[in-house]
Write a protein that binds this ligand. Structure first.
Ligand code: ACM
Length: 543
């Protein structure tokens, strides 16, 4: 009561004054309310999937329009981890595409985008989401910030390339109304980048992640070590980068990520709900490590830098305890910097490791990975060892190994080289790439059914690896990765019944505008009738 009285006496406001003040306040606030609901006569538009990749589970159109314009604001669940950030991310991307500067969590405006936490919004999948688009609001409901993040990618893709200047005094980007219920079919939707054969900068990795996030990828696997180079700073073993970081295919300078730079990549991923999976490939593919610390070497040969592209000639000495002490340090340091649940130990093509030594090695390293709180992933050969059901095998070459993994109740990531390797040439004319597994044109990359490989319950997900023997910069990377990585995004997300090459082709053709805006020099496959810049308006009207 005391402070109340104080205000009254200090400002000499009588009870009558107070009543008048309240009255005036009510009058003013009524006048400053958001403007009346706007009536805009939208041309009849269908909410359809023409611009959406991956294709959502279910779309219902209600043939009206939502006006995205200067009177739109974004509102998010507050006090819940990650939702405000999702709203800010959407605002930033809308600004980049339209120039609109939408407020986030400020005053409500005539049209709103509301991002809400709702359990089981679409299905019980944590990455599922529901969009309900009406003439004055877009409601995005998701159980988690990750689900909301996937949902805003759909909103981004629904925003037309051009605004309409005829519907009102201001420009409007008309988003068709209706609802979308969506969820991914697989938990793990990844790409891999080999930064060992050729080193890629933090900026390149970030740019790659930007595009992956737009297509709802949730994992980036970094192949951080190989014969040609070691790419991550390990404080307890500094020569790994001082010596092992200096080479790459062709003998150029190589490079490595400091722990701070690796953390920058991890954090960039976190902001895009992309998990980083670090890989240290062993016991084979280890020339760079052994050249840095020769006691690791198990092939008895003289060590030197390796700048060629052969595989299968190197191995750790699997019977030395000091080798496992070294691995313990490496796994410990990298795991401490990696919030995601996985650590990839490689395990492929250990052609000069004796079979019994290989098995002994994998079983011992699996324990080290588990000790540091991670779940082991290995290329399919690891299933030949007696590994745990919690470990994951990555099918790249061998059905027999994948079946061994199944017999152990392990989950499998599908990366069959003749379908999912991004480094395979498109055809005989491809500028970059290899073709030991196959030529993989854009249709072959898309037209396969993961469930024809293994029962769905055993598939953790899909990963598209990009080995970099033949590519050394972002432009060359983009040539091999895009557009095929866009198709793998759909394989990982969209159920088989909803996938169809003819339909996908049309949606892929519409990605030109986004890819051009991102300055991604994709391979312009002749199988696709790519949209041209002059088609922008016509494409919008098609919807
Ligand atoms: C691999 O391609 N060696 C996994």
């Amino acid at each position: 009561m005391k402070p109340f009285k104080l205000i009254f006496t200090e400002k000499k406001i009588t009870t009558i004054n107070l009543v008048i003040t309240c009255f005036l306040f009510l009058v003013f606030s009524a006048c400053s309310k958001p403007e009346k609901k706007r009536i805009i006569n939208f041309p009849e538009t269908d909410l359809a999937a023409e611009h959406l990749i991956p294709k959502p589970l279910k779309i219902v159109s209600s043939k009206n329009g939502f006006p995205l314009d200067a009177f739109t604001s974004i509102h998010t669940a507050t006090g819940l981890e990650g939702f405000t950030e999702v709203g800010m991310f959407l605002a930033e991307k809308i600004k980049a595409k339209t120039g609109l500067n939408l407020p986030v969590n400020k005053n409500k405006t005539a049209s709103i985008i509301s991002i809400n936490q709702v359990d089981g919004a679409s299905t019980d999948n944590p990455e599922g989401y529901q969009l309900i688009i009406t003439a004055d609001s877009i409601l995005l409901n998701a159980p988690t910030a990750a689900g909301a993040f996937r949902g805003i990618q759909t909103i981004r893709q629904l925003i037309p390339e051009t605004s309409d200047k005829t519907l009102a005094k201001n420009e409007i980007w008309v988003i068709p109304t209706g609802s979308i219920n969506d969820a991914p079919q697989f938990e793990y939707r990844g790409a891999m980048l080999d930064v060992s054969r050729h080193f890629f900068s933090v900026a390149d990795v970030k740019k790659f992640m930007d595009v992956l996030a737009y297509y709802k990828y949730n994992t980036l696997h970094l192949h951080l070590s190989d014969d040609q180079g070691w790419r991550i700073e390990i404080k307890s073993w500094p020569k790994l980068t001082e010596i092992g970081g200096r080479s790459e295919v062709g003998g150029k300078s190589g490079g490595f990520y400091t722990q701070e730079e690796y953390t920058e990549i991890v954090n960039y991923g976190l902001a895009r709900h992309i998990t980083i999976v670090p890989e240290i490939d062993m016991p084979g593919h280890t020339n760079a490590a052994s050249f840095s610390y020769p006691f690791l070497n198990g092939n008895g040969k003289k060590l030197e830098y390796y700048e060629g592209t052969k595989v299968g000639f190197s191995t750790f000495d699997t019977r030395k305890d000091t080798v496992y002490a070294f691995i313990d340090d490496v796994v410990r340091e990298i795991s401490a910097l990696t919030p995601g649940p996985y650590f990839h130990i490689g395990g492929d093509e250990s052609h000069v490791t004796k079979k019994e030594d290989y098995v002994y090695f994998v079983e011992r390293v699996e324990k080290i990975v588990q000790k540091h709180g991670k779940r082991m992933i290995g290329w399919d050969e690891v299933a030949t060892a007696n590994v745990d059901a919690t470990s994951v095998a990555q099918w790249w070459a061998s059905k027999e190994n994948a079946e061994k993994a199944l017999a152990k109740n392990m989950k499998v990531i599908l990366s069959p080289a003749n379908k999912a390797y991004l480094d395979m040439k498109y055809d005989t004319l491809s500028e970059y790439g290899l073709h030991w597994a196959a030529y993989i044109p854009v249709d072959t990359a898309y037209i396969w059914n993961p469930e024809s490989y293994l029962p769905k319950k055993n598939i953790l997900g899909i990963e598209a690896p990009l080995w970099t023997e033949t590519v050394s910069n972002m432009e060359e990377l983009a040539y091999l990765a895009f557009p095929r990585a866009i198709g793998y995004a759909e394989l990982g997300w969209t159920i088989q019944e909803n996938r169809d090459w003819e339909n996908y082709k049309v949606r892929l053709a519409n990605q030109t505008f986004y890819l051009d805006r991102m300055n991604i020099k994709y391979y312009p496959s002749a199988l696709i009738d790519w949209k041209k810049q002059e088609d922008r308006e016509a494409t919008d009207l098609m919807d």
